[in-house]
Design a protein around this ligand. Structure first.
Ligand SMILES: [Zn+2]
Ligand SMILES: [Zn+2]
Length: 163
């Protein structure tokens, strides 16, 4: 395996710096030094763009095929397109950890996790009088005992709005 197999170098022989934008908040938080490619696909009607380093284009294409995602071909991201959405900044990473801890704590008190497939919202339903029977049902359906993490997926926002 030669060095060129591992390190992407642009046609002019240089790496192409791009600012990395956080996948969660969209803020710039770092710099890539690879040669970036982007492809688009639709997720529930919304266009999404994925960025990968050139060395991962083939792998990412195969992965999309395997998952049955209809994705455009990867195209080179010009260097003057400064930002590429890649990874997650430290602040959001910390917040996600805090959210995760909070959700697990809610599960230990009888709550359940949820994800909405319409808007991709994730959260938890706390265990209280109005939600207790729903939480119990979700746990029973998943075969999980009280106090252990369990979750439910909603098909539409109507199911998690209103609560
Ligand atoms: Zn962020
Ligand atoms: Zn929703």
């Amino acid at each position: 395996m030669s060095r060129d197999d591992r390190i992407s170098v642009s046609k002019d022989g240089g790496v192409e710096p791009h600012i990395t934008l956080c996948e969660v908040c969209g803020e710039g938080y770092g710099v890539t030094v690879g040669v970036m490619y982007a492809a688009t696909y639709f997720d529930n009607g919304r266009e999404r763009r994925v960025y990968v380093d050139r060395s991962r284009v083939r792998e990412a294409t195969r992965e999309a095929e395997r998952k049955g995602i209809e994705m455009s071909a990867f195209k080179h991201v010009p260097v003057d397109e400064k930002g590429v959405t890649l990874g997650i900044c430290e602040a959001c990473d910390g917040k996600q950890q805090a959210d995760y801890d909070e959700a697990i704590a809610a599960c230990m008190k009888g709550g359940v996790l949820f994800r909405c497939s319409e808007c991709d919202a994730r959260g938890f339903i706390p265990y209280k009088e109005s939600t207790a029977s729903f939480c119990d049902e979700v746990r029973k359906g998943n075969g999980v005992e009280f106090g252990k993490p369990s979750g439910v997926e909603f098909d539409s926002c109507a199911q998690h709005d209103g609560e």
